[in-house]
Design a binder for this molecule. Sequence first.
Ligand code: FAD
Length: 350
Amino acid sequence: MTKTPPQVKDITIIGAGPSGLFTAFQAGMYEASVCIIDSMPETGGQLTALYPEKYIFDAPGFTKITAKELAGNLFEQANQFCPEIKLNETVLSIRTLEAGAESNSVPEHANAAIFEVATDVGRYLSKTVIIAAGLGAFKPRSLDKPGIGRFEGKGIYYAVREKELFRGKDVVIAGGGDSALDWVLNLRDVAKSIAVIHRTDTFRAHPHTVKLVSEEAAHGRVQVFTSYEIKECTGGDSLEKVIISDSNGKEVLLKADALLLMLGFTSDLGPIEKWGLEIDDSRIRAGLNLETNRKGIFAVGDIANYPGKLKLILTGFSDGAQAVRSAIPYIRPGDKLRHVHSTSSKLFSR
Ligand code: FAD
């Protein structure tokens, strides 16, 4: 059987946070083909993972906007150009392939070098790479308790992909932030029962959400266990029970078809430090054109460091615009680079 050679993209963007998404939009403005890769199940980076319900007051053009909404808008803006988006994939390495190293898959072009971006799932070829990796790859936080590993995917989940999966089920949700409490409210119409467990007595979620959950609890529609921790998960082929205990060792056995662990995220710079890039203050050193010490590889947003760098959403936007412009000579060597304002671009008059 003939193996289909992987397609070579113009730009592969590592990270789908605000910087990565806006970089993808800018790449679209230059009609470059794009693949975006993120370790998270959804786009938005820190905005969706760490503070979705918080208002941002310094996003250009918005008096105030929630992080979740801004992330959604950035996705829509980038998606006008249909980038390929690979979620739940962590980039592990970026290897430079010389021209002809994969003669079936690497087309001739003047720059010749092609990058192979390898993830824990697949590998992607690209003429340039723009790293928009923020604080590093996000992963949902887990718990080191008996039964957790055994029932992952068999009753234990870290995100809700489809509400229908929880229809008619006894659901236990662990966590005290916005995600946990939002899902307590959002699953009410499908779940048979919902119990929420939090290890302290204070929820971190938006006060209005906490109030709504307390009202549900007062009406007996949701069980709330504060100052409780998960002790063990048990079952047969899939999860059946969650045992929780308080600081005095008092145990409660909860019937559970599903346990949602919504305990936040950890970020890991890990693999990035092995990519042969100059690291400066735990970030990637970049020049003013955002290129790193590896030709054809650029860094933008929080992960990029250069003199005077501000770690803000708006800096990531500016970095993205600059990095794409700097990448174009690698993609279309010899092309006269002419800046076109979006207001005059033929792309938006179609
Ligand atoms: P991130 O948002 O961190 O996104 C990086 C993405 O790359 C992540 O999704 C990650 O999973 C992915 N990734 C990393 N490594 C890999 C890998 N190896 N493989 C695959 N994927 C990978 N800024 C403001 O301007 N205004 C504010 O009001 C503001 N408020 C904030 C409030 C809080 C609580 C926090 C935590 C930050 C706030 N910030 C604010 C900062 C702002 O969120 C960041 O500057 C911004 O998110 C940086 O965007 P980014 O795209 O560069 O990185």
